[in-house]
Design a protein around this ligand. Structure first.
Ligand code: ZN
Length: 207
């Protein structure tokens, strides 16, 4: 991957930065979570998938990991709950027309104030940029991604984007806060148990 000078640093370069300043540290963490695949640490590039804990990945990285769990070294730490493509949802993202994104070298230019890169994606309803400043959710029924504000303001039993039926608990927060993460983990566990009961013959390894 090339670096055209105006591009944001790679995730590995970001995490090498000294982390003495808590504000700078939080900013780096935010960029890492919202712009980079949690597994391959490369810039997010469609098709992007999310797990039911709201973590973002490049679909390609997940496919590679499923073929070889040691491909990215830390798969069993980052996504021990992903065992097949059924454990992730392919996201339907709305590209940000303001982002100068290069598909050839997978980089994006910094925003005007240089404090953060321009978001690659926006909410199709509110046009808010998906840059970590606003909460976003996706529907696990259809994968459509919208800002939480849109879902809150327009209470609908159907997806605001594709009109598929969607229940409130079908919305998964992207990069959730600690409190939301506890709830998502509990929901993941109970779905896993429900699946075991459905399948009946599942062994104790949960395979
Ligand atoms: Zn939808």
């Amino acid at each position: 991957m090339g670096n055209d000078g105006g591009s944001i640093p790679k995730r590995s370069e970001l995490v090498k930065e000294k982390k003495k300043d808590p504000v700078a540290d939080a900013r780096i963490q935010t960029i890492a979570r919202w712009f980079y695949c949690a597994l391959s640490k490369t810039l997010l590039q469609v098709p992007v998938v999310a797990d039911l804990l709201g973590t973002l990945y490049n679909r390609e990285a997940i496919l590679e990991m499923l073929l070889d769990r040691s491909r990215y070294g830390d798969a069993d730490v980052i996504c021990p709950h992903i065992h097949s493509l059924k454990d992730v949802v392919t996201l339907k993202l709305t590209p940000n027309s303001a982002a100068q994104y290069s598909h050839t070298n997978g980089t994006t230019l910094m925003g005007a104030d240089e404090s953060a890169p321009r978001a690659l994606f926006v909410c199709p309803i509110t046009k808010r940029e998906m840059n970590g400043r606003y909460r976003f959710v996706f529907s696990r029924q259809c994968g459509c991604v919208v800002s939480e504000q849109a879902v809150r303001e327009i209470e609908e039993a159907h997806c605001l984007v594709c009109n598929k039926p969607v229940a409130p608990d079908d919305y998964i927060p992207i990069n959730p806060d600690a409190e939301q993460l506890v709830k998502l983990k509990a929901a993941l566990e109970s779905r896993k148990k429900a699946k075991v009961n459905d399948d009946g013959h599942i062994n104790e390894h949960g395979c």
